[in-house]
Design a binder for this molecule. Sequence first.
Ligand code: PLP
Length: 439
Amino acid sequence: MTQIAHLILCRTSKDQMRSGVRIITKGEGARVVDEQGKVYLDFTAGLNRPVHVGYGREELGQAAYEQMRELAFFTPMQFANRPAIALAEKLAEVAPGTIDHFLFVSDGSEAVEAALKLARHYHYYRGEKRRYKVISRRGAYHGVTAGALGLLGTIIPMRHIMEPLVPGTIFVESPYCYRCPYHLSYPSCELLCAIDVERIIQTEDPEQISAFIGEPIQQGFGACPPPRDYWRIISSICASHGIVLIADEVICGFGRTGAWFGCEHYDIKPDVITMAKGLSSGYVPLGAIGCTAAMLEPIQELHHLHTYANHPVSCAVAVKNIEILQREHLIDNAREVGSYFLDRLKSLESHPSVGEVRGKGLWTAIDFTMDKKTKAPFPQSSLIRLVDRAMEKGLIIKTVAQALDFAPALTITKGDIDEGVKIIEACIEEEEKELGLRK
Ligand code: PLP
């Protein structure tokens, strides 16, 4: 572990800083190496989950280099550049539904900000100037900038320290069936979490609501695919009130769930999508929004600007990244190896602390509990110990809420999955012994 004097790290406690941090120096495929030369199998694609095509792709470096030499920068206002045009054309081929116009920004939070603003522009130019409220879900994560932070329904200190936030967020419940917020069970619940949105819209005044935002598969409780009909109900409620439906594809997009976009698993017709992470596989900072022609139709001018919007170098890298995803059939791999991964994790469900295993494609989670009957919370300290134990054994994993959440590179093999799951099982057994859940 290394002490760092001058660099500020995000979400790293004083205690962690005092005991030192690992410095990662190299990556190849689904593995990274630290400064001491220790190799880790990475089940998190860089912890924040962006590295879809795996580490060490020289052709992405080459694409950046060539574009920097040709044209490193020119403004996104009134001028266009070839890589951004090419990326928009490519995305129009693969984006869900009728999404076919794109703006590129620098990360997922900026994409969410831009999506919220686009929705406001749409209503404004159509004369519906009172629409400003946004529906988000308890447990949602959509980023850290002002608008996105207002939608945050999890990681509560991030929210509380920054309050008061941008006004106008309406929170509804998430489709988190394992610990249902209404204490009901699917399917006898008849999807109250979706149906109840209509009642909440009525009390908030439908004519004041601008947008509904949600991830097709939600991260806030650990990779959590909703029941099939959830999105059909939400989509139809939004459409009936003229509410813009924003699908946040920042994690789900670009093959993570075994399809190009998370929307493809459900009956959703989004008006706007947000993207980042797998769009550039983390090789350059890049986010994007996509929208339908109908969204843009009334808007005379988008009063929004980042200097680095439609950045030629980032877009050139993303074009090459998408070429790799297609050439190497990585989305098929995510589907096939993902289903193998889920089966392997399901074999751990007999462990006393493993409450539920779930996921889609190469995005899976184990939701832990101290008591399978009551679904009693699992101590955070135990989750942290699971991560530490795995790290010792050469596997990088992460916690989300009461779960371990896994999202490896889409290049991962079944052999790598076997290696990682064996380590996860050993860590769970050690922790269960410590908690007195097994002898
Ligand atoms: N939306 C979702 C669903 C995310 O998972 C994230 C980040 O993890 C964001 C938005 C914000 O993206 P960024 O961290 O790139 O700003």
